[in-house]
Ligand binder design. Structure first.
Ligand code: 5GP
Length: 206
């Protein structure tokens, strides 16, 4: 029997496809057992993009509202990214972990490292790399929802972020959604099978 849930903290540059890959991982896990998986919905002060809805992709907050959440201790970790706050609401995560779920996070580098410090036994950090910088730029421009200066800011941020991949436990290159999804599912499976996560040993099997 597994002790508790698993926190899968996934970071990588904007445009690398974290959201799409995590969506595929969530679907694959839910197809075998819908109750086994949870996804943390962050709070942010950035404005909704395209069809994004409050409470689905994010909880959209004003700066004052976000700062109140921090002051009230309702945020486990938070980070500033391109001028906006992003943070993880504490209660849903604690609940999902105690229920034994695999909880998926799309989160900044500092956010992943903070989760690892907060949940040293249960958090696993994964960095997603693009196949190349050219490919990343194409994906960022192809999204078509950002102004040119925003794309430039995200690209220079991406170059800085990639130099920090070695602070993560696992590295996955997103050559295709299927391959990156498969790699993350393999990591989850191996982490679930770790000796330290199991109560029973050969000695106490009946
Ligand atoms: P986007 O604006 O593209 O949705 O997200 C920008 C960045 O914020 C991404 O790198 C995403 O991973 C990160 N992010 C989203 N939610 C959180 C969170 O709760 N905490 C932290 N630290 N980063 C987050």
């Amino acid at each position: 029997m597994s002790r508790s849930g698993l926190i899968i903290a996934v970071s990588g540059p904007s445009g690398v496809g974290k959201g799409t890959v995590l969506g595929a991982v969530e679907k694959a896990l839910a197809s075998s057992d819908p109750a086994s998986v949870g996804r943390s919905i962050s709070a942010t002060t950035r404005k909704p993009r395209g069809e994004e809805k409050d409470g689905v992709e994010y909880y959209f907050k004003s700066t004052a509202e976000f700062e109140k959440l921090i002051a009230d201790g309702e945020i486990i970790e938070y980070d500033m990214y391109c001028g906006n706050y992003y943070g993880t609401p504490a209660e849903p995560v604690r609940k999902m972990v105690s229920e034994g779920k695999v909880v998926l996070f799309d989160i900044t580098i500092e956010g992943s490292l903070a989760l690892k410090r907060f949940f040293p036994e249960d958090a696993v950090t994964i960095f997603i790399l693009p196949p190349s910088m050219e490919e990343l730029e194409q994906r960022l421009r192809g999204r078509g929802t950002e102004e040119d200066d925003v794309v430039r800011a995200r690209l220079s941020q991406a170059k800085l972020e990639i130099t920090r991949a070695d602070e993560f436990e696992y590295i996955v290159t997103n050559r295709s959604v299927e391959q990156a999804e498969g790699d993350i599912l393999s990591i989850i499976r191996a982490e679930m099978l770790k000796q330290s996560r199991h109560d029973e040993t050969a000695n106490n099997l009946e």
